[in-house]
Design a protein around this ligand. Structure first.
Ligand code: PLP
Length: 379
């Protein structure tokens, strides 16, 4: 429901703009431009540090996004701990970047992997994680919030299991950080992946939070940037934009999760009232405030959206792009193929209003009723 242009707060836009224009210098302190760039990166690092509740700016390593952060976290932590063991644990509903990084360790480095299942709400049970740990386990990776169904995981309870055993706990927090819901100290995680575009910042920039003292082997080496953990000339405009986007959240300059949740609940209530057969995916309460993943039984979500050009909802994650296969997340929570194909994902954006919600609910309801099989329509 939120356009690309709307996604960028003015603070973010002006930060990126001035950097793009002003400097081709990287962050080399030997030149004046370089010193200015280094200062700007320091400010952004502080802003991202504040966003996630980290103790120290040096715990933030900028990357090209959450995909790279996930790879640095998983490959880096596992390979750094190779002498201690070679067993990994993740869940069945992770983003593909996490699953691919884990699989790479299995295929090329001889690690073993458990993918723990989830319940019908998409929650992993800490006891199920505990049950698969072995003395060989070096890393557990559990996403904070799922990108399809929004479910939030009990990371603090998982940290209570991993920390005493000296197992590194990583979380893909790309979704929750954007809602201002990530506090690494409260959750007890050692590593957390972030993506700027999930908090209305620029694309192509992200970060990995690395708790002080956590061992991570660099996956990209060369010029020694980012404390030697991620070599390569820093993308200063994108980093500045990321910092500005983080600051908008920490200073309360954007709608609170409470406001977003109220709009989501309004949309959900209206749709459920008008389409009583509809089913909400994900956890009823413990999920991202702006997420509404809905099954409208008997209706292909693609057919519905084809008739709703004014609604920027998606079925994108309901079926893997182009493959026609139901998503691994919807399958993992127990949806049938038909239910997965009937799943529509709606998101509430920062600029969404009550009027937008009411119009969207009316449009979806009217269109869904025209597509419903005759008996359901008659009922
Ligand atoms: N992890 C999650 C949960 C995501 O939602 C996304 C993006 O959609 C990613 C990782 C990948 O992030 P990026 O596009 O910054 O690489």
């Amino acid at each position: 429901m939120t356009s690309f242009a709307e996604c960028w707060g003015s603070g973010v836009r002006s930060g990126v703009g001035s950097w793009s224009r002003s400097s081709s210098a990287a962050s080399c302190p030997a030149t004046r431009c370089g010193r200015t760039a280094a200062r700007a990166i320091r400010t952004a690092r502080r802003q991202v540090t504040d966003l996630v509740g980290a103790k120290n700016e040096l715990e933030i390593v900028f990357t090209s996004g959450a995909t790279e952060a996930n790879h640095l976290a998983i490959l880096g932590a596992a390979l750094a701990a190779r002498t201690h063991g070679g067993h990994l644990v993740t869940t069945a509903i992770e983003h593909k970047a996490v699953l691919a990084a884990c699989q790479r360790l299995v295929d090329h480095h001889g690690y073993t992997l458990n993918r723990v299942g989830v319940d019908a709400h998409g929650r992993v049970h800490p006891a199920d994680i505990a049950a698969v740990l072995t003395p060989n386990t070096v890393l557990v990776s559990v996403m904070h919030a799922n990108n399809e169904i929004g479910t939030l995981q009990r990371l603090a309870a998982i940290a209570e299991i991993t920390a005493p055993r000296g197992i590194v706990l990583h979380t893909d927090a790309a979704q929750s950080a954007g809602c201002g819901l990530l506090d690494v100290a409260e959750l007890g995680v050692d590593l957390a992946s972030l993506s700027a575009h999930k908090l209305h910042g620029p694309k192509g920039i992200g970060a990995l939070y690395i708790r002080g003292g956590t061992h991570v082997a660099a996956q990209q080496t060369g010029g020694g940037q980012e404390c030697g953990l991620r070599a390569g000339t820093p993308n200063v405009p994108a980093i500045v934009g990321f910092g500005a986007a983080a600051r908008l959240i920490t200073t309360g300059a954007v709608p609170s999760p409470h406001c977003i949740r109220a709009l989501r609940d309004r949309l959900q209530d209206r749709l459920l009232a008008a389409i009583p057969s509809a089913i909400v995916n994900g956890h009823p309460h413990r999920r991202l405030p702006g997420n509404l993943s809905l099954i409208i039984p008997g209706i292909e979500a693609t057919d519905l959206l084809d008739r709703l050009p004014d609604i920027a909802a998606s079925t994108g994650s309901a079926c893997n792009t182009g493959s026609g296969e139901p998503s691994h997340v919807l399958t993992a929570v127990g949806l049938t193929r038909d239910q997965a194909r009937a799943t529509l994902r709606l998101s509430i954006g920062r600029t969404t209003t009550d009027t937008d919600v009411d119009q969207a609910a009316d449009l979806i309801t009217r269109t869904a009723h025209t597509l419903m099989p005759a008996p359901a329509n008659a009922a």
